[in-house]
Design a binder for this molecule. Structure first.
Ligand SMILES: [Zn+2]
Length: 302
């Protein structure tokens, strides 16, 4: 898809405010640039917000938009067809484990998923006794969530008006890279969390070998909608600036974790395995993941 010149805007680095960058990759007429001061990678110039909003239509959620890997309708079908242990279960257990330390005794934590899509994660979190709600821009996707009986508001982060300290857990899976002003949004998220509340995010990892090998062909470069691409360093810097106390940025993509799940090494009963041999395998996979994974899993405690 070609866009006319007037659809674009130029932006400064969202993390440090500088307008001092090096061009790294070109894709479909867009440039991904890297800030010379802090190292953040961002699309510049990028589409104006109203042009981007128009891209997230029903087609997008069925894999016909700029992100061909998105197929929420298929996700829902897969999700509904089997009720087996998935990585979402593992994520829920990992979050509960963290909460048990930061908020002991909280038996029904209030969880908000921002950008909940068709609600596959929320449905799992519900089964794990989180008290769930969603925030989602797309009416099309939100309808799936409402049918599950989970409340969802169709608003942006800027327009949602939750009181400070509303949630014990906030989840943003594959969302932060889409946000035009991640710093502002993370400050809002921090305010919405209770003290001891947990933020869980997943996003791409700029420093992964796949990006180094494939360059602009790296699947995560989708400059129409992926506006900022993070590394361990820039993500940690964001969370530190926003005021999170306990920050854990790990490179844990899905592939090897799925292998651990299929082998029964991670399960709802043991997000961290108990048997010594499985513990060794688990640590090994996470160590390998740290060097090869295209994805980051991020946990931060307020
Ligand atoms: Zn910068």
């Amino acid at each position: 898809m070609e866009f006319p010149k007037e659809d674009f805007e130029t932006v400064h680095c969202d993390l440090c405010g500088a307008d001092d960058y090096t061009k790294r990759y070109e894709k479909r007429g867009f440039w991904m640039v890297q800030c010379n001061r802090c190292g953040l990678v961002y699309t510049n110039p990028r589409l104006k917000q109203e042009k981007i909003a128009a891209l997230y239509d029903a087609d997008y959620f069925q894999g016909h938009g700029f992100d061909k890997s998105i197929d929420y309708v298929k996700d829902v079908k897969v999700h509904n067809s089997k009720d087996t242990f998935s990585l979402e279960d593992w994520d829920c257990d990992w979050i509960k484990n963290m909460l048990s330390k930061s908020q002991p005794g909280n038996t029904s934590p209030k969880l908000l998923e921002i950008g909940c899509g068709t609600g596959v994660f929320l449905d799992k979190a519900n089964k794990h006794h989180f008290n769930c709600q969603g925030l989602e821009l797309s009416e099309y996707a939100a309808d799936f969530v409402r049918k599950m009986g989970i409340p969802v508001e169709t608003k942006s982060i800027e327009d949602a008006n939750y009181p400070d300290g509303s949630f014990d857990v906030i989840v943003m899976r594959e969302v932060i890279e889409h946000l035009p002003h991640p710093m502002e949004s993370l400050k809002t998220v921090h305010k919405w969390l209770k003290p001891g509340g947990v933020l869980f995010m997943a996003t791409g990892n700029y420093d992964c070998p796949e990006r180094k090998l494939r360059g602009s062909d790296w699947f995560y470069f989708m400059p129409e909608g992926h506006l900022n691409i993070f590394s361990n360093k820039t993500m940690t810097e964001y969370l530190r600036k926003v005021g999170f106390a306990d920050i854990n940025v790990t490179n844990q993509g899905d592939k090897l974790m799925e292998m651990l799940r299929d082998k029964g090494i991670i399960s709802p009963e043991s997000p961290t395995p108990k048997k010594p041999i499985e513990r060794v395998l688990f640590s090994g996979v996470r160590l390998v993941n740290h060097f090869i994974s295209s994805g980051m899993r991020i946990y931060a405690v307020k």
